[in-house]
Design a protein around this ligand. Structure first.
Ligand SMILES: [Fe+2]
Ligand SMILES: [Fe+2]
Length: 165
């Protein structure tokens, strides 16, 4: 796998974890949905910090977009995760009105979904290929850090997968 592809795989895994969160909301499993969203939050925060430490400082005039685009999107992503976490708290299948409540959570999560997709696309179109040409080892390091953090949360993700059946 190329260094750039290793980061695309990281983005795909973030997308998968977020999809699992939405599926848990759909079935009204608030506790597992909240736990998976907390993992998504930890993975996103750690990944953003790694990119800001190792990749973003290497951007220069050759880049299509400035560093502030990426750091700004990271801040927006984390704020949107906080709003989504507040919305999902207390969701319980079978409680009165739970389906409407689940739909409301998905509505709050929709902008986060789009923001994450937009952000990953921006990185894959400019930041990653640019760093891949100059310092590919940094991409490998960012990917390795992601999977180390991911491994620390594996049990939570596995429990959620088991809950979905
Ligand atoms: Fe990022
Ligand atoms: Fe990224």
């Amino acid at each position: 796998m190329s260094p750039v592809a290793s980061l695309v795989a990281v983005h795909e895994e973030l997308h998968r974890v977020f999809a699992q969160f939405r599926e848990l909301v759909l079935v009204g499993d608030g506790p597992h949905a909240a736990a998976v969203l907390a993992v998504y939050q930890a993975l996103t925060a750690d990944h953003a910090a790694a990119e800001e430490a190792l990749l973003v400082p290497l951007l220069d005039d050759a880049a299509r977009w400035p560093a502030e685009l990426y750091t700004g999107q990271h801040a927006k992503l984390l704020a949107a995760i906080d709003r989504t976490a507040a919305a999902v708290a207390g969701l319980t299948a079978g409680a009165p009105g739970w389906r409407a409540r689940a739909l409301a959570v998905l509505d709050v999560a929709a902008p986060l979904h789009h923001l994450a997709e937009h952000h990953h696309l921006a990185e894959e179109q400019d930041l990653l290929p640019l760093i891949g040409e100059r310092e590919p080892a940094r991409l490998v390091e960012v990917a390795a850090r992601f999977w180390a953090t991911h491994a620390a949360h594996r049990a939570t993700l596995d429990a959620a997968t088991a809950a979905l059946g």
